[in-house]
Design a protein around this ligand. Structure first.
Ligand SMILES: Nc1nc2c(ncn2[C@@H]2O[C@H](COP(=O)(O)OP(=O)(O)OP(=O)(O)O)[C@@H](O)[C@H]2O)c(=O)[nH]1
Ligand SMILES: [Mg+2]
Length: 165
């Protein structure tokens, strides 16, 4: 079964997004040799069933904390077909450098601009189409607490997984 890894900084809504994609059934276990918990579930997207992995929050691929080391090991060892980089739409500038690290590492990234409800309330506007062109990856706006953007995200994952065998 191909894998989808959800990655990003702490507190950006990765786990809420994970629950949206996988529904209620998930297994939680300590990553081998660590005290870091990793949740795994399944999601049917289009015709394909994926294993979805909710990784611990990371600020950088240059790992410092045990959580970051686990997140990086998951990316390296489990070779997910797609990674969802979830960022807080209120802090685009601070969070995009990690997207670039993932792209430089050759990973297949879909960028999820999450928490767009708060971003909009603060008057923050993001030209996600332009971002999509400049990064040359799918960019999806979402509010994972209400499920907004989830259908679009599923569609984009499906397209992307088709061209990334
Ligand atoms: N307003 C708003 N709040 C959100 C959204 N997504 C998540 N949250 C809230 O943000 C907080 C953190 O969500 P989590 O899903 O636990 O974040 P996480 O990225 O898994 O955090 P770590 O596991 O610590 O790395 C929770 O209180 C969520 O309810 C969103 O789209 N809008
Ligand atoms: Mg989490």
């Amino acid at each position: 079964m191909r894998k989808i890894a959800i990655v990003g900084s702490p507190n950006v809504g990765k786990s809420v997004l994970f629950n949206n994609l996988t529904g209620s059934y998930a297994t939680v276990s300590n990553y081998p040799g660590t005290t870091v918990e990793v949740s795994r579930g399944k999601a049917r997207i289009g015709e394909e069933e994926f294993e979805v992995i909710d990784t611990p929050g990371m600020y950088s691929l240059l790992c410092i904390t045990e959580e970051e080391m686990v997140a990086r090991k998951i990316l390296w060892d489990e070779k997910p077909a797609v990674i969802l980089h979830v960022i807080d739409g209120k802090n685009l500038e601070r969070m995009l450098p990690l997207t670039l690290q993932f792209l430089e590492a050759g990973l297949s990234v879909v960028l999820v601009l999450n928490i767009m409800d708060e971003a909009e309330r603060q008057g923050i506007k993001i030209d996600s189409q332009r971002l999509e062109k400049e990064l040359a990856i799918p960019v999806v706006e979402a509010v994972s607490t209400t499920g907004k953007g989830m259908d679009v995200l599923r569609g984009r994952i499906e397209e992307y997984a088709r061209i990334k065998p």
